[in-house]
Design a protein. Structure first.
Length: 244
């Protein structure tokens, strides 16, 4: 891996080991805009799997079979481009970097262009919004309660280049029949207050065996454990009211 000074500001994005599945190592050689030399390589130690894309920042398996990723897309095209996204990952698939974005929308900054690669580019499954900086992803479990039992949690680090900042939260994307279905739901928020001050920036997320969401915050240097509020039955509540 080339980590030489000036080579890139994003040398490594994700490492994943899931049970008996071979280790997948995602290396990203990219700046924030567009460079033809940039690439993503997934290294499967039983075979080589090469996937073109920008910044597959978070990786997770659905049932140890289908690989999913969140992508922190490119900058410097505009406030509303390019959407960060959640997508399933096909073996041998090409995910548009650097020639196009969101499938086959040509990025004219990549020269010379490669029409054949653009034609082969795969459109993502689900938009998370532009510049939210999606960095972490984890599938839920039934222990997360019925409302949040089927879907993924996404850590959004937050934008650096928008007049009205976006991200700075963890969202839940509901699934149905193995695919994203419905709008994202704010699950953990408040990292950036109405006063404009940023007190935290979520990165990695995971779900522990007891159904709590674990969130790594690289601004506050805190690992948060988010648990549901459990209602206590009225009969179990102690009282200090004396009897007559």
């Amino acid at each position: 891996m080339d980590r030489s000074p000036g080579r890139t500001i994003h040398p490594l994005h994700a490492v994943l080991l899931a049970g008996t599945v071979p280790l997948f190592l995602g290396t990203v050689l990219s700046d924030c805009a567009c460079s033809k030399s940039d690439e993503v390589q997934w290294l499967n130690f039983s075979s080589w799997l090469i996937i073109g894309g920008l910044a597959f920042c978070g990786l997770t398996f659905c049932g140890l079979a289908l690989l999913w990723a969140v992508v922190n897309e490119r900058d410097e095209i505009g406030l509303n481009l390019v959407p960060d996204y959640l997508t399933s990952v096909r073996e041998g698939g090409f995910y548009d970097w650097p020639y196009s974005y969101w499938g086959q929308n040509v990025d004219v900054r990549a020269q010379p262009q490669d029409p054949q690669q653009v034609a082969a580019a795969i459109s993502p499954d689900y938009s998370l919004g532009s510049h939210v900086a999606a960095l972490g992803v984890a599938f839920s479990t039934p222990a997360m309660s019925e409302k949040f039992a089927n879907g993924v949690f996404v850590g959004e680090h937050g934008s650096w280049n928008r007049r009205n900042p976006v991200g700075y939260k963890v969202v839940f994307v509901p699934f149905a029949d193995g695919r994203p279905a419905g709008d994202p739901i704010d699950f953990v928020a408040g990292f950036r207050g109405e006063d404009g001050k940023t007190r935290g920036r979520p990165v990695g997320v995971t779900v522990d065996p007891r159904g709590a969401l674990i969130v790594a915050d690289d601004l506050a240097n805190i690992v948060w454990r988010v648990t549901p509020v459990i209602a206590v039955p009225a009969a179990a509540v102690a009282t200090d009211v004396p009897s007559n």
